[in-house]
Design a protein around this ligand. Structure first.
Ligand code: PXG
Length: 290
């Protein structure tokens, strides 16, 4: 059976799952989205993702015409229809079809799209050997212009950073704020370990408030680490004992160097490995079953 995609009340085969070229999501990146994971038929941090989707849409004055409860049911129905145990869920809300102008008043109905697919796992080597980062010239969007807390369909800021990293021979980019403080990576939050402290950049600096980030902060507290949100410089990263990234797709990825400065021992750290283990445990019990 081919994969089925939900679009505005109907399910379509993957090859027929299409939206209009007049949709402002396509024309302007005018919309919001979420990336969610399920593990063995448990949707991880489902409520948190649904809440963030509605907060993102509220931020751009995009009205979602269904309740959170209905949205939750649509996602569950799509997962069941596709008989997926472990899935990557992409939930998208666009401004909908309008004309060839910016005016969102021309878009009468927002569109809701739910894609559920098999999760593409990152290579095992990444978790075993760790990731090498490079800081890129493009700063993270400034909060006053487009708040990174809004998970909008416009990801050009992050894509530019990704291109810059790839052009320099790296897989992932460290993005700084316009003032030069550590922000996050292109699709992941960043953490360091220094002594018994777990530190991550504060949300007010202009980052996405990652759901994996929050889960890891909770785990950190549980295993006795001092957990802090703070302002971090590149030098704080260079001199950290350990460093790692968090995100729905990548989960927890150890970072072993930044611009060729080795972090800690140059291997994934002990506390990072422990957090990875605890995170895995959490995904087995925390979630909405379908
Ligand atoms: N920062 C940014 C900029 C993100 O886009 C995260 C942090 C991590 O947040 P969560 O809530 O997932 O812990 C994200 C989320 C992908 C992919 O396929 C990942 C994201 C967005 C789009 C695609 O890797 N990241």
């Amino acid at each position: 059976m081919s994969l089925k995609v939900y679009i505005d009340g109907k399910f379509y085969d993957k090859k027929d799952a299409k939206v209009s070229v007049f949709d402002h999501g396509f024309l302007y990146g005018d919309g919001v989205f979420e990336g969610i994971r399920s593990y063995s038929r448990l949707v991880f941090k489902f409520k948190e993702h649904i809440d963030r989707l509605y907060e993102s849409s509220h931020g751009i004055m995009l009205k979602i015409n269904i309740s959170k409860k209905e949205m939750t049911k649509i996602v569950i129905d799509t997962l069941k229809l596709n008989e997926l145990q472990d899935a990557y869920i992409r939930l998208i809300v666009t401004r909908g079809v309008g004309d060839l102008g910016l005016d969102p008043r021309k878009c009468k109905d927002s569109s809701i799209i739910v894609i559920t697919d098999k999760i593409q796992l990152y290579p095992e080597k990444l978790y075993r050997d760790g990731l090498k980062l490079i800081t890129v010239p493009t700063p993270r969007n400034i909060t006053e212009a487009l708040n990174p807390q809004i998970k909008s369909l416009n990801y050009l800021n992050n894509i530019l950073a990704k291109i810059e990293a790839i052009n320099s021979g790296y897989e992932e980019a460290l993005m700084l704020t316009a003032s030069g403080y550590v922000a996050e990576c292109t699709g992941d939050n960043i953490f360091i370990i220094k002594g018994d402290s777990l530190i991550t950049p504060s949300v007010y600096l202009g980052i996405l408030k990652g759901i994996t980030r929050s889960a890891v902060m909770d785990i950190g507290k549980k295993i006795g680490l001092k957990v802090n949100e703070d302002v971090l410089t590149r030098q704080n990263l260079f001199t950290a004992d350990e460093c790692f990234l968090t995100g729905t797709a990548a989960e927890i990825v150890p970072v072993v160097s930044i611009e060729k400065r080795i972090i800690g021992t140059g291997k994934p750290g002990k506390i990072t490995s422990n957090l990875m283990k605890e995170f895995k445990k959490l995904t087995k019990v925390d979630g909405v079953r379908y």
